[in-house]
Write a protein that binds this ligand. Structure first.
Ligand code: A3P
Length: 335
């Protein structure tokens, strides 16, 4: 697909409809763009990753202004790899003995419970120093694009990744769920080509995974690397490990009383998707907000087989395998 290098476009306007500041405009105008996903903005390639201008602007703001607290834990992920679940579990873990916050998940979509670095900070820069905020911050930024203050403060990070085929199918559904202007649905094979070329929000996906994988190998006490598939198949053990990493381990008493199981049930797809706030609520501003229900779909391993041919699956597996080769990490099942 040809790159569109035109200077400005309607979708570069921010959420209030105002044109972006010149410096940002310049950046957008001099970097490759890709409009193939036809959602609400084009993608722009900057600092080695593809990103919607709206998020890029927030990311650049965070790179300059975010001051991490040493107690913060960053929940990092590429889109559609399980970050809603990771947020819900983390919120439930850190608030489980906090009377003022323990109903959060009943009243807010998990995304609204914690600060989303590249989305929320630019709207409310003082939120980072709010006394009452939870010690959790979410981001889709690749490791190499994180604000330096996160790396320098020695904060912990949790990264979740997912089989690329399921992550892609999930993303394709999501893109259909959030597109505007009644654009026709993007054919899955067109979206697949873009994804296979690395052109997806915060992609290439392989670089995203690789960045955090390497960091977790270099600094295992600081970067906890998780897989969505393991969280699905071995939920209790994974959640206990997550609680330890967040600095809120379950006590022996809590385990005996079934607190882990209770928390897992609270955060299950079935439970969260049945809550009124997640069935009918909206995330973000009233006009352009996203219906919360699009964050909850099937949550299954292998759903890709219902949408992609075996050849497409093999193609994506091969690309990932090649890109991850030598790293010690693979998505392929052992034979
Ligand atoms: P599917 O589209 O395959 O169903 P993200 O949260 O990063 O956007 O990822 C979205 C995927 O996580 C979706 O996958 C969604 O159904 C699944 N998901 C959302 N909440 C979940 C939960 N509580 N438990 C398990 N999976 C969940």
């Amino acid at each position: 697909m040809a790159l569109n290098l035109s200077t400005t476009c309607e979708s570069c306007k921010d959420e209030n409809g105002s044109p972006p500041p010149p410096s940002f405009k310049e950046i957008i105008s001099t970097h490759p763009t890709e409009n193939g996903w036809k959602v609400f903005q084009h993608l722009c390639f900057y600092q080695g990753f593809w990103c919607f201008p709206l998020h890029l602007k927030g990311a650049m703001f965070a790179q300059h202004h975010f001051k991490a607290q040493a107690t913060d834990v960053f929940l990092c992920s590429a889109p559609k790899t399980g970050n809603t679940w990771l947020k819900a579990l983390s919120v439930a873990i850190v608030t489980r003995n906090d009377n003022s916050n323990n109903n959060l998940l009943l009243n807010k979509v998990p995304h609204e419970c914690i600060m989303f670095l590249e989305k929320d900070l630019i709207k409310n820069p003082t939120a980072q120093s709010d006394e009452g905020r939870l010690p959790l911050v979410a981001t889709h930024l690749p490791y190499t694009a994180l604000p330096k203050s996160i790396l320098h403060s020695g904060c912990k990070m949790v990264y979740i990744c997912r089989d690329p085929k399921d992550a892609f199918v999930s993303l394709w559904h999501f893109a259909r769920g959030i597109k505007i202007n009644n654009n026709p649905d993007l054919p899955i094979d067109v979206a697949f080509e873009l994804y296979s070329q690395g052109k997806s929000n915060f992609g290439p996906y392989w670089d995203h995974v690789l960045g955090y994988w390497k960091a977790s190998q270099e600094n295992p006490e600081k970067v906890h690397f998780m897989r969505y598939e393991n969280l699905l198949t071995d939920t209790i053990s994974e959640v206990k490990r997550l609680a330890e990493c967040l600095g809120y381990p379950f006590s022996f008493e809590e385990e005996k009383q079934g607190s882990v199981e209770k928390l897992v049930n609270l955060c299950s797809l079935q439970n969260l998707s049945s809550l009124e706030i997640n069935k009918n609520g909206k995330y973000g501003d009233a006009e352009r907000g996203i219906n919360n229900n699009v964050y909850f779909r099937k949550g299954k391993i292998g759903d890709w087989m219902n949408y992609l041919t075996p050849e497409m699956g093999e193609k994506l597996d091969n690309i990932m395998e090649e890109k991850l080769s030598g790293s010690g990490f693979t998505f392929r099942e052992p034979n």
